[in-house]
Design a binder for this molecule. Structure first.
Ligand SMILES: [Zn+2]
Length: 287
């Protein structure tokens, strides 16, 4: 917090001082009669310190954007707060694995994306309810406004999307979501994917990924596996005559060490290996 310097008062400083005497010190004079003094400035600076100390637990609370629909109702306020809690929960998972998500807090950071690792965190309780995932690509501020690119069409550093709640979530690579979007534009809707408008407000456009298609396209349903992937861990699948399909967490595992690369298939996550019918090797996965 910035203390005021009595030799260098800006216009904003003067306004803050005037408010301070009016509100905290209950002085009813108009600004014309107001005279900043060194003692008022000292009191103001001490007040800042006390205030900051008393409210330190609340100083990290999220800001509500009042220009957008997202701030219009108590419903959206609640969404924002629970969304923030889900972010913190994901953040704690990263910290537990000694990986820093690196949340941006300045304006420039917000423009480039939410955090340095490019992980977009979307709280969506409907996934647990319906088994479907909604992916936004356009939004507008009002129901008769102009659509602009958002979600997966927003230009930012996002690489991964975590969607769901603490109890049930799924993780996609953004590239995969864009592929689905492009195939929808080219080939139209089908049973697995179809485009929808968010009916309640008509300010969001996106598509649904339904049922099994969610799991077929996901990178993983486990944040720990995402962190390993970000840290460039790989998994190696080997099948002997397609009878025994196992995946390995280490290239040097004794079961595959002597196999040439051409005989192995690589997986990004254990989740994707399991989706292809591979079982976890007991010898090497946790090495
Ligand atoms: Zn192994």
């Amino acid at each position: 917090m910035n203390h005021l310097d009595y030799q260098n008062l800006t216009a904003t400083d003067r306004l803050h001082l005037y408010w301070f005497t009016k509100v905290v010190k209950s002085n009813n004079k108009g600004y014309d009669e107001f005279q900043p003094t060194q003692s008022v400035i000292d009191e103001y600076n001490q007040y800042l310190d006390r205030w900051q100390n008393e409210h330190k637990d609340k100083l990290g609370a999220p800001v509500y954007w009042d220009k957008s629909r997202k701030n219009e109702t108590a419903y959206f306020k609640k969404q924002l707060t629970t969304g923030h809690k889900f972010e913190e929960w994901v953040n704690a998972k990263f910290k537990a694995k000694k990986c820093d998500l690196g949340f941006f807090t300045d304006e420039q950071g917000q423009f480039h994306g939410e955090n340095k690792q490019g992980v977009e965190i979307k709280r969506d309780a409907k996934f647990a309810e319906t088994g479907n995932v909604y992916i936004e690509y356009n939004e507008r501020l009002t129901s008769d406004g102009k659509w602009v690119n958002s979600g997966i069409l927003k230009r930012d550093n996002t690489k991964f999307w975590i969607i769901g709640t603490e109890d049930k979530y799924v993780i996609f690579e953004k590239n995969k979501l864009k592929e689905i979007y492009e195939s929808l534009v080219k080939n139209g809707d089908n049973q697995s994917y179809h485009r929808v408008h968010e009916r309640a407000h008509d300010t969001s456009r996106g598509f649904l990924i339904k049922g099994n298609a969610v799991y077929q396209n996901a990178l993983t349903d486990n944040i720990d596996e995402l962190i390993d992937y970000i840290q460039e861990k790989q998994y190696y699948g080997f099948s002997s005559r397609n009878l025994y399909k196992y995946f390995h967490g280490s290239r040097g595992c004794r079961s595959i060490a002597s196999q040439p690369n051409e005989k192995l298939i690589t997986f990004k996550t254990p989740y994707q290996a399991k989706m292809q019918g591979y079982k976890q090797c007991r010898y090497c996965l946790y090495q």
